[in-house]
Design a protein around this ligand. Structure first.
Ligand code: NDP
Length: 328
């Protein structure tokens, strides 16, 4: 029986365990495409799954990892044939469906996006779910009508994965980006990425007033809680905030004042069940609107064996930019 190397999550007496194991190919779940995984990545949600800090994993044993890039090995799906280069993220991978930290994955062909021309599998995972979510957020702001002429945009959790890509993309598109970070030492990094101004995370983490001084026309928030409430209360008339994360918490201690007195919109961003057309659009925009040299600068690399240990680091907010995982 063929086996392959995978990072396996099992239920333990207390919580869960994460360890490298040989996985039987016959135990892969249903799907019409089998992919040789070449690169994966470490996202915040992976940190939650690896450490067991939140109930991300819904089936045991589970192969962790919510996204991969690789090459199709076998397919009975009309859109895909052996040799095709693909990207996959979300759809329950690493949660209810066996995930990406493995040499092989079997998924539905309908979940896959073709690797954009000129983008390598490693670059796709340097972007990963975090970067693709940043692009979904930018696209939502554009659909709302935001342009660089509307005024400044704020990015929170700016030195993290979503924040770094959002800062780089918005900067390249010509926006005046205000980057909020708790790591003063990352100010130069953020300016180089495309931030015009840096503000202290603490400025946005206290209790929010119903309405504050109007400071930005839009924003990408990966932090949630008081930070999102403050973003809303300081958004200019008619502006919008794309909410995609919860690094500080799931709550939203806000009021309706920004919505009913300033016409501010709160745009919800979900990457997991996002329809395929929007995914294709986001990946092709990333190929165009994210500077490759900047992507290289925000990316560090680890091996599959190092992933389990890196989970706690991302939850502690200690990861700068993006981490790619080389699959053997
Ligand atoms: P990272 O850990 O890379 O980035 C999060 C950043 O948030 C940190 O780097 C830090 O930035 C900041 N931060 C961390 N803790 C706190 C805190 N207590 N208060 C304020 N700021 C904090 O994670 P990702 O970028 O991968 O993900 C960010 C968020 O987006 C997560 O909550 C994740 O679950 C969510 N997400 C949601 C998706 C969706 O589908 N909606 C998809 C992908 C991610 P700094 O040091 O600069 O302040």
């Amino acid at each position: 029986m063929a086996t392959f190397k995978a990072l396996r999550i099992d239920k333990a007496e207390k919580g869960t365990t994460a360890q490298i194991a040989q996985f039987d190919e016959a135990d892969l779940m249903d799907g019409d495409v089998t992919v040789r995984v070449e690169w994966s990545t470490l996202n915040y949600k992976d940190g939650l799954a690896l450490t067991g800090k939140a109930p991300v994993v819904r089936r045991f044993p589970m192969i962790a990892g919510i996204d991969f890039a690789g090459t199709v090995e076998q397919s009975s799906h009309p859109d895909w044939k052996a040799g095709d280069k693909v990207v996959c993220n979300g759809w329950g991978m690493g949660e209810t469906h066996l995930g990406a930290y493995a040499e092989k994955a079997r998924v539905k062909g309908d979940w896959l996006v073709r690797l954009p021309d000129g983008m390598t599998a490693r670059e796709a995972m340097a972007i990963g779910t975090a970067g693709y979510t940043a692009m979904l957020s930018v696209m939502a702001l554009e659909t709302h009508g935001l342009t660089p002429k509307s005024g400044p945009v704020v990015v929170t959790g700016a030195a993290g994965g979503v924040g770094s890509v959002a800062t780089a993309v918005l900067g390249k598109l010509g926006y005046h980006v205000i980057a909020s970070t708790g790591r003063a030492a990352e100010a130069d990094y953020l300016k180089h990425l495309g931030a015009a101004e840096i503000i202290e995370r603490a400025e946005l983490s206290g209790a929010a007033k119903p309405l504050g001084k109007e400071r930005w026309a839009g924003g990408v928030d990966s932090v949630g809680s008081n930070t999102l409430a403050n973003l809303l209360s300081m958004t200019k008339y008619g502006g919008a905030i794309a909410a995609c994360g919860l690094a500080a918490g799931m709550d939203l201690p806000s009021s309706v004042a920004p919505f009913i007195l300033r016409g501010v919109c709160l745009l919800g961003i979900d990457s997991v069940m996002c329809p395929i057309e929007k995914r294709r659009a986001a990946w092709s925009r990333l190929a165009r609107d994210l500077d490759k040299s900047k992507l290289t600068e925000i990316t560090s690399e680890i091996s599959l064996d190092q992933v389990a240990g890196a989970g706690a680091k991302i939850l502690a907010g200690q990861v700068r930019g993006r981490i790619v995982v080389k699959i053997p």
